[in-house]
Design a protein around this ligand. Sequence first.
Ligand SMILES: CC(C)(COP(=O)(O)OP(=O)(O)OC[C@H]1O[C@@H](n2cnc3c(N)ncnc32)[C@H](O)[C@@H]1OP(=O)(O)O)[C@@H](O)C(=O)NCCC(=O)NCCS
Length: 160
Amino acid sequence: MSDAAIAEAGPVTVRRLQRDDAEAVRELDSLILGEDRSTTWAEYIERFLAFSRLGTHALPWSGSQVAEVEEGVVGFLLAERQSSGYGLPPGVRVVAIAVHPDFRQQGIGRKLVEALRADSKRQGIKHIYSVLQDRDERDAEFLRGCGFESAPVKVFVAEA
Ligand SMILES: CC(C)(COP(=O)(O)OP(=O)(O)OC[C@H]1O[C@@H](n2cnc3c(N)ncnc32)[C@H](O)[C@@H]1OP(=O)(O)O)[C@@H](O)C(=O)NCCC(=O)NCCS
């Protein structure tokens, strides 16, 4: 993809993440720096990339998706199964979502969430989650825009 800002995404395809997408995920991740990177952004991407190096067969189903335009992958959503621990019903958790800075505000993030929702439904999964830190207000707005609501859950923490 060129460095020039591209105004319009054109047709967007969202599909399940594959092992071969690792390089595109790494490139996109490397573009998201500083304040643009929410505090929730974790080491999960490195976990996915490490996992993708382990073999050549298909990844086990996790709900993870990528968004592609003619120029290549411009967005990803990494997800994992949430067990029934912590009082939450079982479901799928969004652990990282990113859209290339030149392609934002065009509904691609929402499309990634919708693909996860549809894919989860097909798997018989009833809930999709995301956990944010309080200060990640932009991401809270994004999730609200995608139909998520705050859950009545409290997290307690103490020094070890
Ligand atoms: C968060 C992110 C994925 C949004 O992607 P996007 O493709 O621009 O989002 P969409 O265009 O699909 O927006 C969907 C809704 O989210 C909201 N939204 C999106 N970006 C927003 C922003 N910067 N501030 C406030 N609300 C925003 C809007 O309500 C929008 O709904 P609308 O159509 O009614 O306006 C993108 O900003 C990003 O990659 N951020 C950096 C990585 C990151 O920190 N990810 C989140 C934590 S894992």
